[in-house]
Design a protein around this ligand. Structure first.
Ligand code: BDR
Ligand code: CA
Length: 306
């Protein structure tokens, strides 16, 4: 059995990543945490609770996390994921009792209490993750590795330099990159290779289950945004990170040294990836390739299973 904790900002591709993770038979998800990012954190927390309930997993504790990035100002923009973060997919309200513990504290507790090492997965800004690492650096010993969706070896998507999750809270990313935790970065250079085909969309539309209906509605919205904005096919960013965490090797990785820009107004949030280093100087395994067909196939079969 593998143990996992997910930190996220749902978010349409986060929601697809959640379905993908919860369908894994050999992974016990110890908790799921919401952070500020695609939507204000209260909206993300609500989405996370409702997504878990939709697939019958109200037993997994869900925690409310950071309302604001560590330093950088936050401004909500509904363009990519909609006002509700799920492209208007209006989910039934979860009846699970609310938790009271902050996500960063809950993460520290869950890691310490875990029966084995944990795959920590982050598909949003790293604010909660950085807070947890600062509150209690001893959690390192319980983390198998932290797999994050964020950054890029190439260009960004919010600015030419910065990818969204890093741009929201570059200081948090820097805390994490400098913490010494075993870190895997799944950035835009690989996630931009992963989008559904027309046949995949048709297969999804034909699936009878609740998760499939919701995924179809969300992807309809998400795909429309990508098309209207001229960004090409809708990319499944967060699904790639979750699958690399639970099926290591679905991405090929290279040990690198990653620095995060936090001072320049021009390139704030840029991940500067150096692969010309000695192995002992690496602080991050950076995804350089991905088996896109395997990601699409695993995501679709996960959605079909609910
Ligand atoms: C990342 O930004 C968010 O909009 C997505 O959910 C993903 O985590 C991609 O840059
Ligand atoms: Ca996300």
């Amino acid at each position: 059995m593998r143990y996992a904790i997910l930190d996220c900002d749902p978010g349409i591709d986060d929601a697809l990543a959640i379905f993908t993770l919860l369908a894994e038979p050999d992974v016990e998800v110890l908790g799921m945490c919401a952070t500020v990012g695609n939507v204000p954190v209260e909206t993300g927390y609500r989405n996370l609770r409702n997504l878990a309930a939709l697939v019958g997993r109200e037993d997994i504790p869900v925690f409310l996390g950071a309302a604001l990035p560590l330093v950088h100002p936050y401004r909500f923009d509904s363009l990519v994921h909609g006002e509700d973060g799920l492209g208007g997919a209006s989910l039934p309200e979860s009846a699970a009792p609310h938790t009271r513990e902050h996500a960063a504290l809950a993460t520290c507790r869950l890691l310490h209490d875990a029966p084995g090492k944990v795959s920590w997965i982050a598909t949003g800004p790293l604010t909660n993750v950085a807070l947890a690492l600062r509150l209690d650096p001893s959690i390192h010993e319980k983390v198998d590795r932290l797999v994050v969706m964020g950054g890029s070896t190439l260009r960004g998507n919010v600015t030419p330099a910065a990818e969204f999750n890093v741009w929201v809270d570059a200081e948090a990313w820097r805390v994490v990159a400098e913490s010494g935790i075993p870190l895997t970065m799944v950035g835009l250079n690989v996630t931009h290779q992963v989008a559904l085909t027309q046949e995949d969309y048709a297969a999804l539309r034909a699936m009878p289950g609740k998760a499939a209906k919701v995924s179809d509605r969300m992807l309809d919205y998400y795909e429309g945004v990508y098309r209207r904005e001229g960004w090409g096919e809708a990319k499944l960013h967060d699904v790639v990170a979750v699958l690399e965490a639970v099926h290591p090797g679905i991405c090929s990785t290279v040990p690198c040294h990653v620095l995060v820009e936090t001072s320049s107004p021009l390139t704030y949030g840029q991940t500067v990836v150096n692969d010309r280093i000695q192995a002992e100087d690496a602080n991050c395994d950076v995804a350089m390739g991905v088996d896109a067909a395997a990601v699409r196939k695993r995501m679709l079969s996960a959605i079909a299973s609910f």
